[in-house]
Design a protein around this ligand. Structure first.
Ligand code: CUA
Length: 126
């Protein structure tokens, strides 16, 4: 597994605040970089197209978190000190939520963020 210093995430290039979010790769796939921290996922809103491989790279800034997006197969644990990575794609457009599924403190139940999947064919040339 890939390790990272969770207490210094903001000082890394990849997980610095300005570099979080959705990036397009040369092959047309996407990479989404996110930080999990009490009590939210950052950035709090991301948007990706349907039927496109999306590689998520997630790191915790503090304690153990988990993430899952109901009605999709996006899920992973986010262990402090490691980069969690998984790749998936979303066949169905809609609004989804990333929910924390590891108890991480008093705000655990309100730890979530928004994932919007937009229809790739409807989007046209952007
Ligand atoms: Cu983060 Cu529960």
């Amino acid at each position: 597994m890939e390790t990272i210093d969770s207490t210094r995430l903001h000082l890394t290039e990849e997980f610095a605040e300005d570099n979080l979010g959705v990036k397009q790769n040369e092959d047309g796939s996407l990479t989404v970089t996110m930080v999990a921290a009490r009590y939210g996922f950052f950035p709090p809103e991301i948007e990706v197209p349907t039927d496109t491989p999306v590689k998520f790279r997630m790191a915790s800034a503090d304690v153990l978190h988990g993430v899952h997006a109901p009605y999709t197969n996006a899920a992973t644990m986010i262990v402090p000190g490691y980069v969690s990575e998984f790749t998936t794609s979303f066949p169905t457009a809609g609004k989804y939520s990333f929910l924390c599924n590891e108890y991480c403190g008093l705000g655990h139940d309100s730890m979530w963020s928004r994932l919007t999947v937009v229809d790739k064919s409807a989007g046209g040339a952007k």
